[in-house]
Design a protein around this ligand. Structure first.
Ligand SMILES: Cc1cc2nc3c(=O)[nH]c(=O)nc-3n(C[C@H](O)[C@H](O)[C@H](O)COP(=O)(O)OP(=O)(O)OC[C@H]3O[C@@H](n4cnc5c(N)ncnc54)[C@H](O)[C@@H]3O)c2cc1C
Length: 516
Protein backbone atom coordinates (compact mmCIF):
# COMPACT_ATOMS: atom_id res chain seq x y z
CA UNK A 1 0.00 0.00 0.00
CA UNK A 2 1.33 3.42 -0.94
CA UNK A 3 0.55 6.57 1.06
CA UNK A 4 2.13 9.94 1.88
CA UNK A 5 2.18 9.44 5.65
CA UNK A 6 1.95 6.31 7.76
CA UNK A 7 1.09 6.56 11.46
CA UNK A 8 2.11 3.60 13.63
CA UNK A 9 -0.09 3.37 16.73
CA UNK A 10 -3.65 4.54 17.35
CA UNK A 11 -3.38 5.58 20.98
CA UNK A 12 -4.25 9.19 21.88
CA UNK A 13 -1.14 10.54 20.12
CA UNK A 14 -1.61 8.61 16.87
CA UNK A 15 -5.33 9.37 16.74
CA UNK A 16 -4.71 13.08 17.31
CA UNK A 17 -2.11 13.04 14.52
CA UNK A 18 -4.63 11.30 12.25
CA UNK A 19 -7.39 13.81 13.09
CA UNK A 20 -5.03 16.69 12.36
CA UNK A 21 -3.99 15.23 9.00
CA UNK A 22 -7.63 14.53 8.16
CA UNK A 23 -8.51 18.20 8.83
CA UNK A 24 -5.96 19.14 6.19
CA UNK A 25 -7.29 16.44 3.89
CA UNK A 26 -3.94 14.64 3.72
CA UNK A 27 -3.30 11.22 2.30
CA UNK A 28 -2.33 8.96 5.23
CA UNK A 29 -2.74 5.51 6.77
CA UNK A 30 -2.93 4.69 10.47
CA UNK A 31 -2.31 1.16 11.78
CA UNK A 32 -2.47 -0.41 15.23
CA UNK A 33 -1.74 -3.91 16.46
CA UNK A 34 -4.80 -3.90 18.74
CA UNK A 35 -8.28 -4.89 17.63
CA UNK A 36 -9.79 -1.48 18.62
CA UNK A 37 -9.40 1.53 20.94
CA UNK A 38 -8.16 1.05 24.53
CA UNK A 39 -10.70 0.09 27.18
CA UNK A 40 -8.53 0.88 30.20
CA UNK A 41 -8.84 4.30 31.76
CA UNK A 42 -5.02 4.90 32.04
CA UNK A 43 -4.31 8.66 31.73
CA UNK A 44 -7.22 10.70 32.99
CA UNK A 45 -6.60 14.44 33.10
CA UNK A 46 -7.05 16.76 30.16
CA UNK A 47 -5.23 20.07 30.66
CA UNK A 48 -6.60 23.48 29.57
CA UNK A 49 -4.14 23.59 26.64
CA UNK A 50 -5.44 20.26 25.33
CA UNK A 51 -9.00 21.53 25.82
CA UNK A 52 -8.17 24.42 23.47
CA UNK A 53 -7.08 21.87 20.87
CA UNK A 54 -10.29 19.87 21.33
CA UNK A 55 -12.26 23.09 20.93
CA UNK A 56 -10.43 23.78 17.66
CA UNK A 57 -11.37 20.29 16.45
CA UNK A 58 -15.02 20.97 17.37
CA UNK A 59 -14.96 18.15 19.94
CA UNK A 60 -15.03 20.13 23.17
CA UNK A 61 -18.78 20.04 23.79
CA UNK A 62 -18.81 16.24 23.42
CA UNK A 63 -15.87 15.99 25.81
CA UNK A 64 -17.56 18.19 28.42
CA UNK A 65 -20.66 15.98 28.39
CA UNK A 66 -18.65 13.04 29.71
CA UNK A 67 -15.94 14.70 31.77
CA UNK A 68 -15.79 16.06 35.27
CA UNK A 69 -14.26 19.46 36.04
CA UNK A 70 -11.70 19.48 38.83
CA UNK A 71 -11.27 23.07 39.99
CA UNK A 72 -9.52 22.47 43.33
CA UNK A 73 -6.34 20.92 44.63
CA UNK A 74 -5.90 20.03 48.33
CA UNK A 75 -3.05 18.74 50.41
CA UNK A 76 -3.82 16.51 53.37
CA UNK A 77 -1.14 15.42 55.81
CA UNK A 78 -1.81 12.99 58.66
CA UNK A 79 -5.53 13.17 57.88
CA UNK A 80 -5.74 16.98 58.11
CA UNK A 81 -6.13 19.44 55.28
CA UNK A 82 -2.99 21.58 55.32
CA UNK A 83 -3.42 23.57 52.10
CA UNK A 84 -5.84 24.21 49.26
CA UNK A 85 -5.63 25.86 45.90
CA UNK A 86 -8.30 26.83 43.37
CA UNK A 87 -6.77 26.05 39.99
CA UNK A 88 -9.68 27.25 37.85
CA UNK A 89 -9.87 30.61 39.63
CA UNK A 90 -6.15 31.15 39.03
CA UNK A 91 -6.54 30.55 35.28
CA UNK A 92 -9.76 32.26 34.38
CA UNK A 93 -8.06 35.23 32.68
CA UNK A 94 -5.74 32.98 30.72
CA UNK A 95 -8.04 30.55 28.98
CA UNK A 96 -11.68 30.03 28.18
CA UNK A 97 -11.31 26.55 29.72
CA UNK A 98 -9.43 27.02 32.99
CA UNK A 99 -10.81 23.85 34.59
CA UNK A 100 -8.82 20.65 34.32
CA UNK A 101 -11.17 17.92 33.17
CA UNK A 102 -11.19 14.31 34.32
CA UNK A 103 -11.66 12.50 31.00
CA UNK A 104 -10.02 9.13 30.84
CA UNK A 105 -7.68 7.97 28.09
CA UNK A 106 -10.19 5.54 26.60
CA UNK A 107 -12.72 8.39 26.27
CA UNK A 108 -10.09 10.55 24.53
CA UNK A 109 -9.45 7.70 22.13
CA UNK A 110 -13.17 7.15 21.49
CA UNK A 111 -13.73 10.84 20.84
CA UNK A 112 -10.82 11.13 18.42
CA UNK A 113 -11.64 7.84 16.73
CA UNK A 114 -15.22 8.99 16.11
CA UNK A 115 -13.93 12.27 14.67
CA UNK A 116 -11.62 10.33 12.39
CA UNK A 117 -14.46 8.10 11.21
CA UNK A 118 -16.66 11.16 10.64
CA UNK A 119 -14.00 12.44 8.25
CA UNK A 120 -14.34 9.19 6.29
CA UNK A 121 -11.10 7.61 7.57
CA UNK A 122 -10.43 4.35 9.39
CA UNK A 123 -7.73 2.85 11.55
CA UNK A 124 -6.31 -0.37 10.13
CA UNK A 125 -6.56 -2.47 13.30
CA UNK A 126 -4.89 -5.85 13.96
CA UNK A 127 -1.84 -4.71 12.04
CA UNK A 128 1.49 -4.82 13.84
CA UNK A 129 4.56 -2.91 12.71
CA UNK A 130 7.57 -5.26 12.41
CA UNK A 131 10.40 -3.50 10.59
CA UNK A 132 11.30 -0.64 8.29
CA UNK A 133 13.81 0.55 5.76
CA UNK A 134 14.45 4.22 5.08
CA UNK A 135 15.38 5.07 1.51
CA UNK A 136 16.18 8.51 0.17
CA UNK A 137 12.65 9.91 0.07
CA UNK A 138 10.55 7.08 1.37
CA UNK A 139 10.03 4.67 4.22
CA UNK A 140 9.08 1.04 3.62
CA UNK A 141 7.24 -0.64 6.46
CA UNK A 142 6.78 -4.39 6.94
CA UNK A 143 3.80 -5.31 9.10
CA UNK A 144 1.79 -8.38 10.04
CA UNK A 145 -1.96 -8.32 9.73
CA UNK A 146 -4.12 -10.74 11.73
CA UNK A 147 -7.45 -11.69 10.29
CA UNK A 148 -9.30 -14.38 12.24
CA UNK A 149 -6.75 -17.14 12.58
CA UNK A 150 -4.56 -16.05 9.68
CA UNK A 151 -1.56 -13.78 9.78
CA UNK A 152 -0.55 -12.03 6.58
CA UNK A 153 2.51 -9.92 5.82
CA UNK A 154 1.70 -6.44 4.52
CA UNK A 155 4.03 -3.81 3.10
CA UNK A 156 3.39 -0.07 3.25
CA UNK A 157 5.35 2.58 1.41
CA UNK A 158 5.17 6.20 2.60
CA UNK A 159 7.01 9.51 2.33
CA UNK A 160 6.92 10.00 6.10
CA UNK A 161 6.37 7.82 9.16
CA UNK A 162 5.00 8.92 12.55
CA UNK A 163 5.96 6.63 15.43
CA UNK A 164 3.09 6.94 17.92
CA UNK A 165 3.57 3.40 19.20
CA UNK A 166 4.01 4.11 22.90
CA UNK A 167 6.74 3.79 25.49
CA UNK A 168 8.19 0.52 24.22
CA UNK A 169 8.02 1.79 20.60
CA UNK A 170 9.07 -0.95 18.17
CA UNK A 171 9.70 1.81 15.60
CA UNK A 172 12.18 3.49 17.94
CA UNK A 173 13.96 0.14 18.35
CA UNK A 174 13.98 -0.42 14.58
CA UNK A 175 15.53 3.03 14.13
CA UNK A 176 18.11 2.18 16.83
CA UNK A 177 17.38 5.37 18.74
CA UNK A 178 18.52 5.49 22.39
CA UNK A 179 15.87 6.08 25.02
CA UNK A 180 18.02 7.67 27.68
CA UNK A 181 17.00 8.04 31.29
CA UNK A 182 16.21 5.77 34.20
CA UNK A 183 13.65 3.80 36.15
CA UNK A 184 12.21 4.75 39.55
CA UNK A 185 12.88 2.16 42.22
CA UNK A 186 9.52 2.11 43.97
CA UNK A 187 6.54 0.51 42.33
CA UNK A 188 3.54 2.57 41.43
CA UNK A 189 -0.16 1.72 41.52
CA UNK A 190 -3.36 3.07 39.95
CA UNK A 191 -6.93 2.01 40.69
CA UNK A 192 -10.35 3.18 39.57
CA UNK A 193 -12.86 2.77 42.38
CA UNK A 194 -15.87 4.22 44.17
CA UNK A 195 -15.07 5.89 47.47
CA UNK A 196 -17.57 6.64 50.19
CA UNK A 197 -16.30 9.53 52.28
CA UNK A 198 -17.00 13.10 53.31
CA UNK A 199 -14.69 14.83 50.84
CA UNK A 200 -15.79 17.25 48.11
CA UNK A 201 -15.95 15.55 44.70
CA UNK A 202 -14.49 18.70 43.10
CA UNK A 203 -10.96 18.43 44.30
CA UNK A 204 -7.84 16.44 43.80
CA UNK A 205 -6.58 15.29 47.18
CA UNK A 206 -2.88 14.59 47.62
CA UNK A 207 -1.85 12.75 50.77
CA UNK A 208 1.92 12.40 50.99
CA UNK A 209 3.04 10.26 53.95
CA UNK A 210 6.55 9.52 55.12
CA UNK A 211 6.98 6.21 53.27
CA UNK A 212 4.46 6.34 50.47
CA UNK A 213 2.36 8.78 48.54
CA UNK A 214 -1.28 8.62 47.57
CA UNK A 215 -3.58 10.91 45.56
CA UNK A 216 -7.30 10.82 44.78
CA UNK A 217 -8.66 12.24 41.53
CA UNK A 218 -12.43 12.64 41.12
CA UNK A 219 -13.74 11.01 37.95
CA UNK A 220 -16.99 11.20 36.01
CA UNK A 221 -19.77 9.36 37.91
CA UNK A 222 -20.96 9.35 41.52
CA UNK A 223 -18.16 8.84 44.05
CA UNK A 224 -15.87 7.67 41.26
CA UNK A 225 -12.16 8.20 41.87
CA UNK A 226 -8.78 7.39 40.42
CA UNK A 227 -6.44 6.48 43.24
CA UNK A 228 -2.76 6.51 42.49
CA UNK A 229 0.37 6.32 44.50
CA UNK A 230 3.70 4.79 45.26
CA UNK A 231 4.20 1.61 47.23
CA UNK A 232 6.58 1.51 50.20
CA UNK A 233 10.00 -0.08 49.69
CA UNK A 234 9.00 -3.44 51.15
CA UNK A 235 6.67 -4.00 48.17
CA UNK A 236 9.53 -3.90 45.65
CA UNK A 237 9.82 -7.66 45.33
CA UNK A 238 6.19 -8.56 45.94
CA UNK A 239 3.69 -9.55 43.28
CA UNK A 240 0.28 -8.03 44.00
CA UNK A 241 -2.63 -9.80 42.39
CA UNK A 242 -5.47 -8.54 44.55
CA UNK A 243 -6.48 -4.96 45.28
CA UNK A 244 -7.08 -5.86 48.93
CA UNK A 245 -3.31 -5.84 49.43
CA UNK A 246 -3.33 -2.13 48.60
CA UNK A 247 -6.10 -1.08 51.00
CA UNK A 248 -3.89 -0.74 54.12
CA UNK A 249 -1.27 1.14 52.10
CA UNK A 250 -3.84 3.67 50.89
CA UNK A 251 -5.44 4.07 54.31
CA UNK A 252 -2.08 4.54 55.99
CA UNK A 253 -1.09 7.36 53.63
CA UNK A 254 -4.47 9.13 53.60
CA UNK A 255 -5.54 8.63 57.22
CA UNK A 256 -9.03 9.73 56.23
CA UNK A 257 -12.22 7.83 57.03
CA UNK A 258 -13.26 6.16 53.76
CA UNK A 259 -14.71 3.03 52.25
CA UNK A 260 -13.25 1.93 48.95
CA UNK A 261 -15.81 0.00 46.93
CA UNK A 262 -16.26 -1.34 43.40
CA UNK A 263 -12.71 -1.41 42.17
CA UNK A 264 -13.15 -1.44 38.36
CA UNK A 265 -9.52 -1.68 37.43
CA UNK A 266 -6.14 -1.56 39.05
CA UNK A 267 -2.60 -1.88 37.85
CA UNK A 268 0.86 -1.96 39.39
CA UNK A 269 3.78 -0.81 37.32
CA UNK A 270 7.28 0.53 37.28
CA UNK A 271 7.80 4.14 36.24
CA UNK A 272 10.49 5.41 33.89
CA UNK A 273 11.83 8.83 32.98
CA UNK A 274 13.36 8.69 29.52
CA UNK A 275 13.64 10.79 26.39
CA UNK A 276 15.15 10.42 22.94
CA UNK A 277 17.81 12.93 21.86
CA UNK A 278 16.15 13.74 18.56
CA UNK A 279 12.46 13.55 17.68
CA UNK A 280 13.32 12.81 14.07
CA UNK A 281 15.49 10.39 12.14
CA UNK A 282 15.35 10.88 8.39
CA UNK A 283 11.72 10.87 7.38
CA UNK A 284 10.57 9.21 10.63
CA UNK A 285 9.22 11.28 13.53
CA UNK A 286 8.71 10.20 17.14
CA UNK A 287 5.71 11.49 19.08
CA UNK A 288 4.12 10.95 22.51
CA UNK A 289 5.38 8.16 24.75
CA UNK A 290 7.55 6.84 21.91
CA UNK A 291 9.68 9.97 22.39
CA UNK A 292 9.36 10.72 26.13
CA UNK A 293 8.07 9.00 29.25
CA UNK A 294 7.97 10.33 32.80
CA UNK A 295 6.09 9.99 36.06
CA UNK A 296 2.39 10.93 35.98
CA UNK A 297 3.04 13.74 38.49
CA UNK A 298 1.16 16.72 37.11
CA UNK A 299 -1.01 14.61 34.74
CA UNK A 300 0.94 15.73 31.68
CA UNK A 301 1.81 12.52 29.76
CA UNK A 302 -1.11 11.99 27.42
CA UNK A 303 -1.53 15.75 26.96
CA UNK A 304 2.05 16.13 25.79
CA UNK A 305 1.50 13.44 23.13
CA UNK A 306 -1.66 15.22 21.94
CA UNK A 307 0.31 18.45 21.66
CA UNK A 308 3.22 16.81 19.80
CA UNK A 309 0.69 15.63 17.20
CA UNK A 310 -0.94 19.06 17.03
CA UNK A 311 2.46 20.63 16.38
CA UNK A 312 3.52 18.23 13.63
CA UNK A 313 0.19 17.67 11.82
CA UNK A 314 -0.13 20.99 9.97
CA UNK A 315 3.58 21.09 9.11
CA UNK A 316 3.41 17.71 7.39
CA UNK A 317 0.22 18.78 5.65
CA UNK A 318 1.99 21.80 4.12
CA UNK A 319 4.97 19.67 3.15
CA UNK A 320 2.85 17.05 1.40
CA UNK A 321 1.12 19.90 -0.50
CA UNK A 322 4.59 21.14 -1.46
CA UNK A 323 3.95 24.45 0.31
CA UNK A 324 6.85 23.83 2.70
CA UNK A 325 9.95 21.69 3.02
CA UNK A 326 12.62 20.56 5.44
CA UNK A 327 13.14 23.86 7.30
CA UNK A 328 9.54 23.73 8.52
CA UNK A 329 9.75 20.03 9.41
CA UNK A 330 12.94 20.70 11.38
CA UNK A 331 10.96 22.97 13.70
CA UNK A 332 9.09 19.93 15.09
CA UNK A 333 12.14 18.72 17.03
CA UNK A 334 13.28 22.29 17.74
CA UNK A 335 9.91 23.14 19.30
CA UNK A 336 8.84 19.94 21.05
CA UNK A 337 12.16 18.58 22.35
CA UNK A 338 12.76 21.48 24.81
CA UNK A 339 9.26 20.94 26.20
CA UNK A 340 9.91 17.21 26.70
CA UNK A 341 13.24 17.97 28.45
CA UNK A 342 11.54 20.47 30.73
CA UNK A 343 8.72 18.04 31.43
CA UNK A 344 11.09 15.28 32.43
CA UNK A 345 12.85 17.59 34.89
CA UNK A 346 9.62 19.07 36.22
CA UNK A 347 7.83 15.76 36.77
CA UNK A 348 10.97 14.19 38.22
CA UNK A 349 11.40 16.99 40.79
CA UNK A 350 7.71 17.00 41.67
CA UNK A 351 7.66 13.23 41.97
CA UNK A 352 10.82 13.09 44.11
CA UNK A 353 9.49 15.87 46.32
CA UNK A 354 6.09 14.26 46.85
CA UNK A 355 7.36 10.70 47.30
CA UNK A 356 10.82 11.10 48.88
CA UNK A 357 10.94 9.29 52.23
CA UNK A 358 13.83 11.19 53.86
CA UNK A 359 13.21 13.21 56.98
CA UNK A 360 13.92 16.40 55.01
CA UNK A 361 11.39 15.58 52.28
CA UNK A 362 8.77 14.71 54.84
CA UNK A 363 9.31 17.90 56.87
CA UNK A 364 9.25 20.08 53.78
CA UNK A 365 5.94 18.53 52.76
CA UNK A 366 4.48 18.76 56.23
CA UNK A 367 5.55 22.30 57.15
CA UNK A 368 7.01 23.92 54.03
CA UNK A 369 4.17 23.19 51.60
CA UNK A 370 1.31 24.56 53.74
CA UNK A 371 3.35 27.70 54.41
CA UNK A 372 4.11 28.06 50.69
CA UNK A 373 0.46 27.57 49.68
CA UNK A 374 -0.81 29.99 52.33
CA UNK A 375 1.57 32.72 51.21
CA UNK A 376 0.96 32.11 47.56
CA UNK A 377 -2.81 32.17 47.72
CA UNK A 378 -2.46 35.89 48.54
CA UNK A 379 -0.39 36.57 45.41
CA UNK A 380 -2.27 36.35 42.10
CA UNK A 381 0.95 36.39 40.05
CA UNK A 382 2.24 33.21 41.76
CA UNK A 383 -1.16 31.51 41.51
CA UNK A 384 -1.22 32.32 37.82
CA UNK A 385 2.28 30.91 37.39
CA UNK A 386 1.30 27.60 38.98
CA UNK A 387 -1.79 27.44 36.80
CA UNK A 388 0.20 28.24 33.66
CA UNK A 389 2.71 25.50 34.47
CA UNK A 390 0.21 22.74 35.19
CA UNK A 391 -2.17 23.75 32.39
CA UNK A 392 0.66 23.64 29.80
CA UNK A 393 -0.28 27.15 28.66
CA UNK A 394 3.11 28.56 29.60
CA UNK A 395 5.13 27.01 26.84
CA UNK A 396 6.43 29.18 24.04
CA UNK A 397 8.63 27.93 21.23
CA UNK A 398 12.24 28.96 21.03
CA UNK A 399 12.93 31.42 18.19
CA UNK A 400 13.24 29.46 14.98
CA UNK A 401 13.64 30.14 11.29
CA UNK A 402 9.91 30.64 10.83
CA UNK A 403 9.30 33.45 13.34
CA UNK A 404 9.31 37.15 12.52
CA UNK A 405 8.86 40.06 14.91
CA UNK A 406 8.95 43.64 13.57
CA UNK A 407 7.24 45.97 15.99
CA UNK A 408 8.20 49.05 17.94
CA UNK A 409 5.29 48.59 20.37
CA UNK A 410 5.81 47.36 23.92
CA UNK A 411 3.42 44.45 23.67
CA UNK A 412 3.06 41.83 26.41
CA UNK A 413 3.27 38.81 24.11
CA UNK A 414 5.87 37.61 21.69
CA UNK A 415 6.51 35.32 18.81
CA UNK A 416 6.46 31.65 19.64
CA UNK A 417 3.82 32.05 22.38
CA UNK A 418 0.33 30.72 22.05
CA UNK A 419 -2.18 33.27 20.80
CA UNK A 420 -3.27 35.61 23.63
CA UNK A 421 -6.71 34.74 24.98
CA UNK A 422 -8.72 37.96 24.67
CA UNK A 423 -12.27 39.07 24.05
CA UNK A 424 -12.75 40.50 20.54
CA UNK A 425 -15.73 42.22 19.01
CA UNK A 426 -16.89 41.18 15.59
CA UNK A 427 -20.04 42.69 14.10
CA UNK A 428 -21.33 43.61 17.56
CA UNK A 429 -20.72 40.13 18.97
CA UNK A 430 -18.07 39.48 21.63
CA UNK A 431 -16.06 36.32 20.97
CA UNK A 432 -12.72 35.07 22.24
CA UNK A 433 -9.66 35.03 19.99
CA UNK A 434 -9.74 31.21 20.21
CA UNK A 435 -13.19 31.06 18.66
CA UNK A 436 -11.61 32.61 15.57
CA UNK A 437 -8.91 29.94 15.27
CA UNK A 438 -11.07 26.94 14.41
CA UNK A 439 -10.16 26.46 10.76
CA UNK A 440 -7.21 24.49 9.42
CA UNK A 441 -5.32 27.54 8.16
CA UNK A 442 -3.17 30.50 9.23
CA UNK A 443 -5.10 33.44 10.64
CA UNK A 444 -3.89 37.00 10.15
CA UNK A 445 -5.36 39.32 12.78
CA UNK A 446 -5.23 42.90 11.49
CA UNK A 447 -5.74 44.87 14.69
CA UNK A 448 -6.82 48.47 14.23
CA UNK A 449 -6.26 48.66 10.52
CA UNK A 450 -8.86 47.45 8.04
CA UNK A 451 -6.77 45.58 5.53
CA UNK A 452 -7.66 45.57 1.86
CA UNK A 453 -4.26 44.30 1.12
CA UNK A 454 -5.76 40.95 1.98
CA UNK A 455 -7.08 40.12 -1.44
CA UNK A 456 -3.82 41.10 -2.99
CA UNK A 457 -1.84 38.84 -0.66
CA UNK A 458 -4.19 35.93 -1.08
CA UNK A 459 -3.96 36.23 -4.83
CA UNK A 460 -0.35 35.10 -4.55
CA UNK A 461 -0.54 31.58 -5.82
CA UNK A 462 2.20 30.12 -3.72
CA UNK A 463 0.82 31.22 -0.37
CA UNK A 464 -0.79 28.59 1.79
CA UNK A 465 -4.24 29.40 2.98
CA UNK A 466 -4.38 32.52 5.16
CA UNK A 467 -7.61 33.79 6.64
CA UNK A 468 -7.62 37.53 7.29
CA UNK A 469 -9.66 38.90 10.19
CA UNK A 470 -9.92 42.65 10.78
CA UNK A 471 -10.34 43.47 14.47
CA UNK A 472 -10.93 46.78 16.28
CA UNK A 473 -8.16 47.99 18.57
CA UNK A 474 -10.27 47.70 21.71
CA UNK A 475 -9.64 47.41 25.46
CA UNK A 476 -8.56 43.78 25.38
CA UNK A 477 -5.69 44.49 22.97
CA UNK A 478 -4.77 47.73 24.77
CA UNK A 479 -4.42 45.78 28.03
CA UNK A 480 -1.72 43.64 26.42
CA UNK A 481 0.18 46.70 25.23
CA UNK A 482 -1.12 47.20 21.67
CA UNK A 483 -1.30 50.97 21.07
CA UNK A 484 -1.63 51.25 17.30
CA UNK A 485 -2.16 49.06 14.25
CA UNK A 486 -0.67 45.59 14.61
CA UNK A 487 -0.58 42.50 12.41
CA UNK A 488 -0.51 39.16 14.11
CA UNK A 489 -0.12 35.94 12.13
CA UNK A 490 -1.28 32.84 14.02
CA UNK A 491 -0.23 29.35 12.89
CA UNK A 492 -2.76 26.56 12.44
CA UNK A 493 -1.71 25.25 15.89
CA UNK A 494 -2.68 28.57 17.54
CA UNK A 495 0.87 29.86 18.13
CA UNK A 496 2.00 33.36 17.15
CA UNK A 497 4.45 33.29 14.30
CA UNK A 498 4.68 36.83 12.92
CA UNK A 499 4.18 40.19 14.59
CA UNK A 500 4.50 43.41 12.61
CA UNK A 501 3.34 47.01 12.76
CA UNK A 502 2.93 46.97 8.98
CA UNK A 503 2.08 44.06 6.78
CA UNK A 504 3.29 43.83 3.22
CA UNK A 505 3.27 41.15 0.55
CA UNK A 506 7.09 41.12 0.79
CA UNK A 507 7.03 40.36 4.50
CA UNK A 508 4.57 37.50 4.06
CA UNK A 509 6.47 36.24 1.05
CA UNK A 510 9.70 36.13 2.99
CA UNK A 511 7.94 34.53 5.97
CA UNK A 512 6.43 31.70 3.92
CA UNK A 513 9.61 31.50 1.87
CA UNK A 514 11.46 30.44 5.03
CA UNK A 515 9.44 27.20 5.03
CA UNK A 516 11.43 25.90 2.04
C1 LIG B 1 -1.43 1.89 33.88
C2 LIG B 1 -1.13 3.23 33.32
C3 LIG B 1 -1.61 4.38 33.95
C4 LIG B 1 -1.31 5.65 33.47
N1 LIG B 1 -1.79 6.74 34.11
C5 LIG B 1 -1.52 7.98 33.62
C6 LIG B 1 -2.03 9.16 34.23
O1 LIG B 1 -2.71 9.10 35.25
N2 LIG B 1 -1.74 10.37 33.67
C7 LIG B 1 -0.98 10.49 32.52
O2 LIG B 1 -0.75 11.59 32.01
N3 LIG B 1 -0.48 9.38 31.92
C8 LIG B 1 -0.74 8.15 32.44
N4 LIG B 1 -0.26 7.07 31.81
C9 LIG B 1 0.55 7.28 30.62
C10 LIG B 1 -0.35 7.52 29.42
O3 LIG B 1 -1.19 6.40 29.29
C11 LIG B 1 0.52 7.75 28.19
O4 LIG B 1 1.27 8.94 28.36
C12 LIG B 1 -0.29 7.86 26.91
O5 LIG B 1 -1.01 6.67 26.71
C13 LIG B 1 0.62 8.07 25.71
O6 LIG B 1 -0.10 7.96 24.53
P1 LIG B 1 0.56 7.41 23.20
O7 LIG B 1 -0.52 7.44 22.18
O8 LIG B 1 1.82 8.16 22.95
O9 LIG B 1 0.99 5.90 23.52
P2 LIG B 1 0.04 4.67 23.85
O10 LIG B 1 -1.19 5.08 24.53
O11 LIG B 1 0.91 3.67 24.53
O12 LIG B 1 -0.39 4.12 22.42
C14 LIG B 1 0.51 3.42 21.60
C15 LIG B 1 -0.29 2.65 20.56
O13 LIG B 1 0.63 2.00 19.70
C16 LIG B 1 0.18 0.69 19.45
N5 LIG B 1 1.34 -0.15 19.10
C17 LIG B 1 2.37 -0.53 19.88
N6 LIG B 1 3.20 -1.32 19.20
C18 LIG B 1 2.70 -1.43 17.95
C19 LIG B 1 3.12 -2.12 16.77
N7 LIG B 1 4.21 -2.88 16.75
N8 LIG B 1 2.37 -2.01 15.66
C20 LIG B 1 1.23 -1.26 15.66
N9 LIG B 1 0.79 -0.61 16.74
C21 LIG B 1 1.51 -0.68 17.87
C22 LIG B 1 -0.48 0.27 20.75
O14 LIG B 1 -1.39 -0.80 20.54
C23 LIG B 1 -1.16 1.55 21.18
O15 LIG B 1 -2.47 1.65 20.69
C24 LIG B 1 -0.53 5.79 32.29
C25 LIG B 1 -0.07 4.63 31.65
C26 LIG B 1 -0.35 3.37 32.14
C27 LIG B 1 0.17 2.16 31.43
Amino acid sequence: MRTKIIIIGAGPTGLMAACQLARFDCDFIIIDQKAGPTRESRAMIVTPRSLEIYQQLGLLQDLLKKSKPIPDLSLFIDGRQRAGFNLAEAGKKLSAYPEFQAFEQFKNEQLLYRDLQDSGRQVIWNTAFKSLQQQENKVIVQALQTNGGTVMPVVFEADYLLACDGASSPVRHALQIDFRGGTYQNKFFVADAKINWQQSPKRIIATPARHNFCAFFPMYGDNAYRILGTLPKNFRNQTIKNFNALRPVICKAARLPMQIEHVNWFSIYQLHHRCVQNFRKGNCFLLGDAAHVHSPAGGQGMNTGLQDAHNLGWKLALVTRQQAGNPLLATYHAERYPFARWLLKFTDRLFQFMTGSSWLHHSLRKYGLPFFFERLSAKPAIREKIFRTLSQLWYSHPPGPATFQQTSQKIKFKNGERCPYLPVEIAGEVLSTYQLLGEPCFVLFCIGKQTDLAEMILAEEWLPQVKIINLPLDTGWREVGVEKDLMLLIRPDQFITLIADEISPELLRSYFGSFH
